[in-house]
Design a protein around this ligand. Structure first.
Ligand SMILES: [Zn+2]
Length: 203
């Protein structure tokens, strides 16, 4: 997809040095020592992010599809709180298997293929509304989403059909944010096509 298709152009797509992790991009919800949860899909038997892959990169960036999603959400809820927002895992977690780690290689850069968006219904950003919009649209860029102790994958996993909700038993119940993972193929994760979101993200 070209930028011409993206009504929400972003400037954060350029790779950053591996040591440059701004707080706005840090995935805060995986780094709580007492509540560690890498936001993976425990039921998915297919190959998972490779532990250690992310530690050898010199630069990282966020998948463009997720930057497009965040930009749209920001436009729909400009005053939303972002306290549980984040993309990249902190360095102490980068040897672990998580889409929050830049394990997908694009040239010399690692690409983060997961994003957390804060649930803030008081300021027009309901994670429930985002979850419903993504599952109803069946957006083919998505690998899985986690929200409110449930996980839904774009493929049939764990006995549930594609897009069916399963119980999520991770230690972080994902009640303060929604997690979105996109697939590891470049044409998919860097697609900047606008997401099919409703005019309002209130639940
Ligand atoms: Zn997450």
């Amino acid at each position: 997809m070209s930028d011409q298709n993206n009504p929400f152009p972003e400037t954060e797509a350029a790779p950053r040095p591996a040591t440059d992790i701004p707080d706005s991009e840090l995935a805060k919800e995986i780094s709580k020592a007492s509540d560690e949860d890498l936001h993976g899909d425990p039921d998915d038997p297919s190959p998972q992010p490779s532990p250690g892959e992310a530690t050898s990169i010199s630069a990282w960036r966020v998948a463009k599809s997720l930057l497009t999603l965040r930009s749209q959400v920001n436009s729909l809820a400009p005053s939303r709180l972002k306290k549980s927002d984040g993309t990249i895992g902190d360095p102490s977690h980068q040897s672990r298997a998580s889409d929050h780690n830049p394990w997908v290689k694009d040239g010399t850069a690692g690409v983060v293929t997961a994003m957390d968006i804060t649930h803030d219904p008081d300021h027009g950003c309901s994670a429930e509304a985002i979850a419903n919009a993504i599952t109803q649209a069946r957006d083919s860029r998505v690998k899985y989403i986690i929200w409110n102790r449930k996980i839904a994958s774009s493929s049939a996993v764990g006995g549930a059909p594609a897009w069916g909700w399963r119980n999520y038993s991770g230690r972080n119940g994902h009640t303060h944010h929604i997690h979105v993972s996109v697939k590891p193929e470049k044409a998919t994760y860097d697609s900047e096509t606008a997401w099919n979101l409703p005019p309002s993200l209130t639940a």
